[in-house]
Design a binder for this molecule. Structure first.
Ligand SMILES: Cc1ncc(COP(=O)(O)O)c(C=O)c1O
Length: 421
């Protein structure tokens, strides 16, 4: 059928797709560029899905809870679009453990993963002329979602030499009366940063000064294994309103279950304005939220997952981050300015002048995929050209193998090696 979309002589309207790079898009192209053999299996350190490695498996109690919920036959119907009451309550109680002011169920909106929480946040804040401040490097879904909502994106830098802290001067310089929010990802993807209490407080104070809000992406909440503990941004909700976004995906290692949340942390009640609440609810009616039986399993998942499960994940991530940093030190043409202290990824800088025939990060990643069947994410995909993002949520053996191949690739393509020939 000849339609109005995507070209053709009958076109009445021009439809443009935002030309943002997506992580999935670029990883798909890289994957297509590999030449796997029996000896050299493809190893991907590109995606943030740890479940592709069997050492990162979800807790049994989570499976039991979902099976129980499904077997009960009680959760085959629609849930309220803001989420089941017991699910909202379970998330409110879970997040309240670390907050000075307790959340209530009405503060919580259940979404299909943190991705839909991002979409919900941007959609409810969007208005003509709006702009949003995003971190660079960052998570590309924000810019893509902003493009669909006609929200102008303004980037502030994260500073590698200062633990990838937010450049607050840049934030102040970028903001104006149309700024709808400042996005903060902590623990950070792609940098592995875990911000200190004082830095988070300063961010909240900056938001207050600029009369805007903080959108706190805590999808990696609690996945911190360095000097700084994880501090939820919601603690500073009395300084500036905070929309906290999160999900079960990373901490419970179930990204495919699509269970996330958007939470208003706002003791002063700015976000509780009835009109704004109505707007959130209406948008939830569009979204629909995650499967009811998964939602119904959440109270048991939250209450019964034992600490030992969380500790095991943290220890494993700490170990694999260590392996990553040690191996990177052996490779002169890449360097890591900040040892990751949380999340599942680290950014490394490419030193192109040391390399013979590599033009940029994209070229690097495509040649690496082709020659070594190792997938890494070009920094451009997260906003930093000529950097690379390495995901270390992999089993230690595969990680060592992949980084070994990275090392020989770099040796082959660096000047020192060629000079000997
Ligand atoms: C910073 C950040 N926010 C949001 C998401 C999306 O989370 P979910 O898988 O729960 O949709 C991710 C996923 O990798 C992420 O890294």
């Amino acid at each position: 059928m000849e339609g109005n979309l995507g070209g053709g002589v009958n076109n009445q309207i021009e439809i443009e797709t935002p030309n943002n790079i997506t992580i999935k898009g670029i990883l798909g192209l890289l994957m297509a560029n590999t030449e796997a053999t029996d000896i050299k299996k493809v190893i991907s350190l590109g995606m943030g899905d740890p479940t592709s490695y069997s050492c990162f498996h979800s807790p049994d109690v989570a499976h039991d809870a979902v099976i129980e919920s499904l077997a009960s036959h009680k959760f085959n119907g629609y849930s309220p679009t803001v989420g089941l009451p017991q699910t909202r309550k379970a998330i409110a109680d879970y997040l309240s453990r670390e907050l000075p002011e307790k959340l209530c169920s009405d503060d919580v909106y259940i979404t299909a993963g943190c991705t839909q929480a991002i979409e919900l946040a941007l959609s409810i804040l969007a208005r003509p002329g709006a702009n949003i401040l995003l971190p660079r490097p960052g998570f590309p879904i924000y810019a893509l979602c902003a493009a669909f909502r006609n929200i102008e994106v303004r980037y502030f830098d994260l500073i590698p030499g200062k633990g990838w802290e937010v450049d607050l001067n840049a934030v102040e310089a970028l903001a104006d009366h149309n700024t709808i929010g400042i996005v903060v990802i902590n623990p950070g993807n792609p940098c592995g940063n875990v911000y200190s209490y004082p830095h988070l407080q300063k961010i909240a104070e900056t938001a207050k000064k600029l009369r805007t809000i903080v959108i706190a992406d805590e999808v990696y909440g609690h996945l911190a294994f360095g000097a700084n503990p994880f501090v939820p941004m919601g603690i500073f909700g009395d300084i500036a309103p905070v929309l906290t976004l999160g999900s079960l995906s990373k901490r419970w290692l179930v990204p495919g279950w699509r269970l996330g949340w958007l939470v208003t942390n706002d003791p002063n009640g700015t976000l509780k304005n009835p009109k704004f609440v109505e707007r959130i609810k209406k948008y939830c009616d569009i979204c629909g939220g995650p499967a009811t039986f998964i939602q119904a399993a959440v109270p048991r998942i939250i209450q019964q997952t034992e600490d030992v499960f969380f500790r095991k994940t943290i220890n494993l991530l700490k170990w694999t981050a260590e392996i990553c940093c040690e191996k990177i030190k052996e490779i002169p043409c890449i360097s890591c300015p900040y040892k990751p202290e949380g999340s599942m990824a680290v950014m490394v800088k490419l030193h192109l002048p040391l390399m013979v025939d590599i033009s940029d990060d994209i070229d690097f990643c495509f040649k690496l995929a082709k020659e070594e069947s190792v997938i890494l994410l070009p920094g451009l995909a997260v906003g930093l050209k000529n950097w690379i993002r390495i995901t270390f949520a992999a089993d230690p053996v595969s990680l060592e193998e992949a980084l070994g191949r990275l090392k020989s690739f770099c040796q082959r393509h660096s000047y020192q090696q060629n000079d000997h020939h």
